[in-house]
Design a binder for this molecule. Sequence first.
Ligand SMILES: C[S@@+](CC[C@H](N)C(=O)[O-])C[C@H]1O[C@@H](n2cnc3c(N)ncnc32)[C@H](O)[C@@H]1O
Length: 371
Amino acid sequence: MEDARRHYLAQIRRDGAELSPALAEAFATVPREIFVPDGFHRRDGRRVVPADPEFLPTVYSDDVLVTKMNGEVPVSSSSQPSLMATMIEALDVWPGLRVLEIGAGTGYNAALLASLGAVVTTVDVQSDVAARARSALARAGIAGVRVEAADGYTGGPPERYDRIIVTVGVAGVSPHWLDRLEPDGRIVVPVAHGGIHPVLDVRPAPAGPPAVAGPTATVVCSAGFMGAAGPLGARHPRSHPPAAVGLEDLAETSPARWQPPLDPDAYRGLWYAAANWHHRVSHASIPGREQSYLALLDDTGRAGAVVLADGAILASGAEAERWTAVGTALADRWQAADRPPMRAWRTGFALTGDPAAPIWAPSRWTLSSGA
Ligand SMILES: C[S@@+](CC[C@H](N)C(=O)[O-])C[C@H]1O[C@@H](n2cnc3c(N)ncnc32)[C@H](O)[C@@H]1O
């Protein structure tokens, strides 16, 4: 078991997460298997139960463990550990801080936070999921976590929090979270943008005059999360189109422009900037290819243009030429801006969505260098 845990930490670090000594200790000591007692679905869809030989090796790998499906759609999971680690490090937690988590899931992330000394309230919209998280935390002997069944939009129990962490993909920041947050607090949250969920580090607007329009954020990392239920997941006038799964009939309409092709970090930089600059940017998969791609989708949502990592453009549909031109212009603009990475951007927000349940959605982007 010690070998498995050592290998686990090494994998989390290799996949890009930095681990402080305290967080490394938390990952090394909180027993992840207790939070998936009935097994899980692996990323490839295979179901694994505790009696299977690959149960423990998969539990102690840097992979998402899907614990509840609604038909074909995953609706609860233990997220990828390297992503949890990056988000927890960005949250900057120390003993005694009051942390609200939206999306209890298995309870494992809350257990890691509690191991760092945080006093945690975690909420999940599915009451069966919340109940299972509560018993897993008790079985693991983790103190300092309260689990509530509630829609996270409302911000959980009406208390003050130093930190809020959101472990489900949302369309924007709930005003109720900002009401609960201490003025020097922060919210680490994956907010839908261009068909994916970049994780943002959101800071509340400073109090007092002059009135500021809303919170601001910087980017922590790229991520793909399952979408939230209720107002947190609702589409709004600023939403990008939903991802196109299996975009077909694509033909090359513009040749490669970057040799070597963009590395994954640079490609995400292009994707994020393109989504800042154009409201039809989303995410597409192509049959037979594993990767996911930056796409410009037309009104059908099933056709448009895909920009590959080498800058070549593949397009389909009646407006293939138009979307190729848009893709080319976005790539030119990003190139002319010196290829800013995701983390170079600062995000503003605007209040939007259902007036009965509004959210702060990303709306203005500036390069933090001032460019
Ligand atoms: C990726 S899982 C969370 C992983 C979890 N933090 C863990 O450590 O296992 C996302 C969870 O968010 C929950 N969820 C979805 N919409 C929600 C909402 N509006 N409010 C609260 N929880 C929500 C789902 O029920 C699901 O259990």
